[in-house]
Ligand binder design. Structure first.
Ligand code: PMV
Length: 302
């Protein structure tokens, strides 16, 4: 153990297809993002967390639980956070927070965790923020590129090699919203009518695997169709919102190949798949419909 500050970093993520159904054992496909979050750990009167990502008791619970997982006494540690990931948008800020805090505390304990251990601990810690996490977010926080994910112990994670770069415009929502509330609401509706929901979950699973094939072929037109079909099914699952529908429609009208919510939904970020001919128009359309646009290209690293 050392007295110098220990640091840990983890990335955000974008779920391309399959959010929510992934909680119910269906596949999803996601990619890590280059933007991330850094945690710095110092000795002090803890457990404490200075962050706008989790500025409540859950932040304290996170530091205490992560410290215990790496064999440290929680009362001795204070964690400070610097984040580039907009919170409450579906871009994985809470999971990145969990993994970055875990990595920083592991480093303070003089330990290096393996990827499977990070993913398993990350999922345990994410449970502090919402009750039934699939584990896809902490997996993305540890992976930089695209992958297909099915929850499990351990989860099935398969790299997806992109056949062509995937140009996206992410439209951030005007206000943060709660993934926990969206996941909890869907659970209540599923409990009330499991048969209807299982059919919808299976329909999304088919779309996810069509999208994975399209990603591998570099077929952006087919991928765009998968985005649109997934969005229709997400709306039927009740996790879209009028604001999301409006922003998705504006991106499609401007020529996007496909558009959908990403992550928890019920507000938050939308993603639009673009090509060179419509990129600028989609950026303008999303800005005009109340989104802050963020341009991003997913590509294979050399
Ligand atoms: O809103 P985010 O970034 O936490 O993404 C949540 C993704 C869900 O599929 C809705 C939940 C989960 O645990 O997989």
């Amino acid at each position: 153990m050392t007295d110098a500050p220990a640091r840990g970093r983890a990335g955000g993520k974008v779920i391309l297809l399959g959010e929510h159904v992934v909680v119910y054992g269906r596949p999803a496909v996601a990619s890590g993002l280059p933007i991330g979050l850094e945690a710095e750990v110092v000795r002090g009167a803890g457990p404490a967390l200075a962050s706008d990502v989790a500025a409540d008791a859950r932040g304290i619970d996170l530091v205490a639980a992560a410290a215990r997982l790496v064999g440290l006494e929680p009362a001795d540690w204070v964690v400070r956070i610097r984040s580039e990931i907009p919170p409450g948008q579906g871009l994985g800020s809470s999971a990145a927070l969990c993994v970055a805090v875990l990595r920083a505390l592991a480093s303070a304990a003089g330990r290096v965790l393996g990827t499977p251990e990070e993913i398993a601990h990350g999922r345990t810690l994410e449970g502090i923020f919402h009750g039934t996490p699939s584990g896809i977010d902490p997996a993305a926080a540890t992976m930089a590129s695209a992958f297909r994910f099915v929850r499990g112990e351990p989860p099935a994670i398969e790299a997806v090699v992109l056949g062509a770069p995937v140009p996206l415009v992410i439209g951030l929502g005007a206000t943060a919203r709660s993934t926990g509330a969206a996941v909890g609401g869907l659970r209540e509706r599923w409990q009330a009518d499991p048969a209807r929901h299982e059919v919808l979950f299976d329909a999304v699973a088919v779309v996810v695997d069509e999208g994975v094939q399209a990603l591998r072929r570099g077929d952006l037109v087919a991928l765009g169709r998968a985005f649109d079909r997934n969005q229709t099914l997400l709306a039927e699952l009740g996790v879209s919102s009028p604001d999301v529908e409006r922003r998705v429609a504006s991106a499609r009208l401007a020529g996007a190949l496909g558009a959908k919510l990403t992550g928890g939904g019920a507000g938050g970020a939308v993603i639009a798949l673009v090509d060179a001919s419509c990129r600028a128009a989609v950026v303008r359309a999303l800005a005009g419909s109340g989104s802050r646009p963020l341009e991003l290209v997913l590509r294979e690293r050399p």
